[in-house]
Design a protein around this ligand. Structure first.
Ligand code: NAP
Length: 510
């Protein structure tokens, strides 16, 4: 291949990854792409981004279901270093967010480092050489540092419904929407009533013949304040970027105030609950339906969902809300525990993601040859959501206990990216070839997190996907997000075993 061909391939994301790089990043969603941009900005060009999709964007590339949008305001749901004055709505929709990410990849010049359609199949730490051996569907490579940014909400969860394999109609998951399947005139089953379903159900309701919405747990739904942005607003933000920063700051503070209710003063959630109850009563007058949509758990325990269209959709004549458990799937129908049979042509799963058993954890192997999944034993833990004892030079982005139910995950990702950048700086300064967090530091960190989570609405209010098989909440960050930022502002080398000139252990913070 000529040098020009190689360059063109790299620009297209085609071609094999290089044999050796300093930093390999898995994933090009908000976090992986943000990492790439920061590396580039610091002049650290020796990196590659391995992306399994055919375009950058991660979850915002793969989730294309009708009505897909972000329930965090656009001002906050963007990189701090790349505010977008041209958002067309105050809460952006997926196509606009996808376009924003593709533009960032172009504008910040990281395309040459991105390999699309390049799925990582294994990554193993070579203790002797101090390198990660990485296998991908496009060849193998070695890297000094591995940044795993596969995204917590990526792998669709398919509930094992009895008889599903015998269903003769069409089946797909909301996270991999089948746009070739025409829903017009179809009898459709939508399973699940979480953040995704609440967006796609109202979007498809007008076109389908019948819609059976299977609800296991009623969500708490709030009025949505989304609106189109005005041309004047956009002109102002373009002309005076500081104004948008101010607006972003306002959104951040408003969102952060929810932590008060979630963690610090749970009684405050009573106000939010009253608004949610009024919202459902405003749209639903039928007492039977009202009873079905009224949640029976403390508000805030699962993600509070904003929508002005959810209840409106449920009261339409072609919609039935089914709350009896699904007993079995037959070739042309779904049967519930009360014996009712619902004839359907299409089943759409809006059943969420495999969060605590993310696939990357089964192919990343640490110092002792064990995978992350084996090390975790069904209960993911990390230090600062980023590093894991026994996995030197591995940094996860949006790893365990970095999740939020109320604010922007990009804020958390950027905090961790700063931490990784500082780690690279410290390693270079000290001539460290490898860093590995001390096991007791990681243990103490998680003990503190567990103590903070104890008594919060997430741990006591209901059972949710935030909790792993052991009942531990390995998903959420239980504090102000600015505290997370503070804690990740500096790479605390004293919490790590540095492999280099000195193998001796430095002080471990209490
Ligand atoms: P989800 O919130 O996990 O909801 C899954 C739904 O499927 C729930 O209603 C769940 O019921 C139901 N379900 C799961 N297994 C089931 C089974 N075996 N039988 C019947 N029902 C079952 O998933 P999601 O809606 O895809 O959202 C996942 C996360 O993605 C969100 O929490 C959010 O973090 C993110 N998301 C964000 C946005 C956004 O706007 N920013 C939009 C979409 C998604 P139970 O409640 O009873 O488990």
């Amino acid at each position: 291949m000529t040098a020009t061909e190689e360059q063109t391939n790299a620009q297209d994301g085609a071609g094999a990854p290089p044999d050796q790089v300093d930093v390999a990043v898995i994933g090009s969603g908000f976090s992986g792409l943000g990492m790439a941009i920061r590396l580039k900005q610091e002049g650290l060009d020796d990196f590659v981004v391995l992306e399994r999709g055919d375009e950058v964007g991660g979850t915002w590339h793969f989730n294309t279901y009708p009505g897909c949008a972000c329930d965090v305001p656009s001002h906050l749901y963007s990189y701090s270093f790349a505010l977008n004055p041209d958002w067309s709505e105050t809460y952006s929709r997926q196509p606009e967010i996808g376009a924003y990410l593709r533009r960032c990849a172009d504008d910040f010049g990281v395309r040459p480092q991105i390999r699309l359609g390049c799925q990582v199949t294994s990554a193993a730490w070579d203790e002797e050489d101090g390198r990660w051996d990485i296998e991908t569907t496009r060849g193998s490579l070695r890297a000094r540092v591995l940044v795993a940014a596969p995204g917590p909400l990526f792998e669709p969860k398919w509930p094992p419904l009895p008889g599903l394999d015998r269903f003769e109609g069409h089946v797909f998951h909301s996270a991999r929407w089948d746009h070739d399947h025409d829903l017009a005139g179809k009898r459709v089953a939508a399973i699940g009533t979480g953040a995704s379903a609440i967006q796609f159900v109202p979007a498809i309701q007008p076109e389908v013949e019948r819609l059976h919405v299977f609800q296991r747990t009623a969500p708490w739904v709030m009025p949505h304040t989304t609106r189109s942005t005005k041309p004047l607003e956009r002109r102002l933000y373009n002309a005076v970027p500081a104004l948008q920063r101010l607006a972003r700051g306002g959104v951040y503070v408003a969102r952060e105030s929810l932590v008060l209710g979630f963690v610090k003063r749970p009684k405050l959630m009573g106000v939010v609950e009253r608004i949610a109850r009024q919202h459902m009563r405003r749209h639903i007058s039928d007492p039977a339906l009202l009873a079905k949509v009224t949640p029976d758990y403390t508000i805030g325990c699962k993600r509070i969902l904003p929508s002005n269209r959810w209840y409106e959709a449920l009261v339409q004549p072609n919609v039935e809300l089914v709350t009896d458990a699904i007993a079995e799937v037959r070739p042309r129908s779904i049967v519930t525990s009360d014996g009712s049979e619902h004839e359907v042509d299409t089943i759409i799963f809006g059943t969420g993601f495999r969060v605590t058993e993310m696939p990357a954890s089964s192919f990343i192997r640490g110092r002792d040859g064990r995978t992350l999944a084996e090390t975790w034993g069904g209960s993911p833990r990390a230090y600062r959501g980023a590093t894991i004892a026994g996995f030197p030079n591995l940094f996860m982005l949006l790893g365990p206990n970095t999740g939020l139910g109320h604010s922007s995950m990009i804020y958390m990702a950027e905090s961790q990216i700063a931490y990784v950048m500082d780690a690279l700086r410290v390693m270079a300064e000290r001539g460290a070839t490898a860093v590995d967090v001390w096991a007791d530091v990681q243990r103490d960190y998680n003990a503190r997190i567990d103590a903070q989570l104890e008594g919060t609405v997430w741990n006591t209010g209901c059972s949710s996907w935030y909790l792993d098989d052991t009942g531990r909440n390995g998903t959420l960050w239980p504090d102000w997000t600015w505290r997370f930022r503070q804690r990740t502002a500096r790479f605390d080398a004293e919490s790590y075993r540095l492999r280099s000139r000195s193998e001796s252990r430095t002080a471990v913070p209490a």
